[in-house]
Design a protein around this ligand. Structure first.
Ligand SMILES: [Fe+2]
Length: 334
């Protein structure tokens, strides 16, 4: 068995709350930092803020303000500038992952920096900051974290370490997510933030899968909030992917507390129902309700999904035709 794993980020869990003070676009941020000769960077916020921080830290480390120098598939040739990440949502896991996802405004496509040297030096995770997160954002971000946990666990490139973090994250998040959204307290904030962090380690050192191929394509095209886009496709992609690894999806069902009354295949059927119910309970809008979505775009979107980096790691091989079917099926559901 071959796998490699390391966790370079120091994690500080449970400090006092820190206020978000603002964000900059990645090139603007790199230019500002170079002009002011900064020693280190602090990224405060959700995934977009932390990923922008990673992009700036990577550019500074390479003495450039041109993101294409570090854009995947280019490998880093230099260390990133020192970066401290302080998440203010529980969802992205960016504080512990080795990739940063940003939107290329010209092509309306999500682009990446993705290298072991992309990581933050320190992650400061304070569950107390989650107490003020609006309900809708709490729901969408926590479902993003659950998707990371599931995909990090089932991805073709996963390994025993990332599986361990993924399945633990599935349990922590699914046990607490409804109360975290509707009946928030310090305990469920801590559980979901820790779940998000574990999920970040899981997918960050393996990969995400076809849910993220769809959500990042949709996000780049329509600017849909990332967690909402994941939630919309989670059940249908799971249904499609189960034949690729029934045993693992059954394990996810058990981790979510779903009772096993029959075969593993039947347990997986219950998992699909439970995911649909969860997304419904958390009031995620339907695909059809998203701003700007048009069915005539789907062939073009399916083409983008089929070449998305994470599609190759889906537990069941997924093609252009499969993505097109999932897009149409999800759109036609209410
Ligand atoms: Fe995500």
């Amino acid at each position: 068995m071959e796998f490699s794993f390391f966790l370079p980020t120091r994690i500080v869990f449970g400090c006092k709350a820190i206020q978000r003070v603002g964000t900059l676009a990645k090139e603007e941020g790199a230019t500002f930092a170079q002009k002011n000769d900064v020693d280190f960077l602090v990224a405060v916020g959700g995934g977009s803020s932390m990923d922008t921080g990673k992009a700036i830290a990577g550019m500074l480390g390479h003495h450039t303000t041109d993101f294409s120098v570090i854009q995947y598939p280019n490998e880093y040739t230099q260390e990133s500038y020192p970066l401290i990440c302080i998440p203010t949502t529980a969802g992205t896991g960016s504080e512990v992952s080795t990739c940063g996802v940003v939107t290329d405004e010209k092509t309306k496509t999500k682009v990446f920096c993705f290298d072991p040297r992309c990581h933050a030096r320190i992650a400061v995770c304070d569950p107390e900051v989650l107490m003020g997160v609006p309900e809708k954002i709490a729901a969408a971000t926590a479902l993003d974290a659950l998707t990371h946990a599931i995909e990090g666990f089932v991805a073709k490139c996963t390994n025993p370490v990332t599986e361990c973090y993924g399945i633990r994250a599935v349990k922590l998040i699914s046990e607490n997510i409804r109360d975290y959204v509707y009946n928030r307290n310090a305990k469920n904030c801590e559980a979901v933030m820790l779940g998000s962090l574990f999920a970040g380690i899981s997918f960050g050192y393996s990969d995400t899968c076809a849910v993220h191929s769809l959500s990042e394509t949709i996000g780049g095209e329509y600017d849909t909030p990332h967690g909402v886009a994941n939630a919309i496709f989670l059940a249908n992609v799971t249904e499609f992917s189960i034949p690729g690894n029934v045993r693992k999806y059954a394990e996810i069902a058990r981790a979510m507390g779903i009772e096993n009354k029959g075969t593993e295949r039947e347990l997986c059927e219950e998992l699909i129902k439970a995911l649909r119910q969860l997304v419904n309970d958390l009031a995620i809008p339907s695909f059809r309700e998203l701003s700007g979505v048009k069915q005539e775009d789907f062939e073009r979107l399916a083409e983008k999904c089929a070449v998305h980096l994470s599609a190759a790691d889906n537990p069941r091989s997924v093609t252009y035709d499969d993505f097109l079917k999932i897009l149409n099926k999800t759109y036609e559901e209410q």
